[in-house]
Design a protein around this ligand. Structure first.
Ligand SMILES: [Zn+2]
Length: 96
């Protein structure tokens, strides 16, 4: 998970999660040294891919299932897993 580029302290999962949750991509401030970090273009793309992937998987597998109750369940599950894993893969850069 992302660390502070200035003092190397680990950002918390919730801190990163909150920064992209509303699609605002607020810069995160290090609790230890106060330096600001902005999400990278790659980070934004990662969030976008992870958000879109469940919908894509959903559309791809939809014709294989007849049960209309199973599919939305799987779609939501994949969405949740992807969403909660995002803070581990999103990258931030220190603001100069
Ligand atoms: Zn720091």
């Amino acid at each position: 998970m992302q660390k502070c580029e200035n003092c190397n302290s680990q950002f918390s999962w919730s801190k990163i999660f909150k920064s992209f949750f509303w699609w605002t991509y607020k810069p995160i401030e290090c609790d230890n040294c106060g330096s600001e970090h902005k999400i990278t273009i790659l980070g934004i793309s990662t969030v976008a891919v992870i958000s879109i992937l469940p919908i894509w998987i959903f559309g791809f597998f939809l014709p294989r299932f007849d049960n209309i109750f199973v599919m939305p369940g799987i779609g939501v599950l994949i969405g949740f897993i992807g969403f909660f894993c995002t803070p581990y893969v999103v990258r931030y850069k220190k603001v100069l």
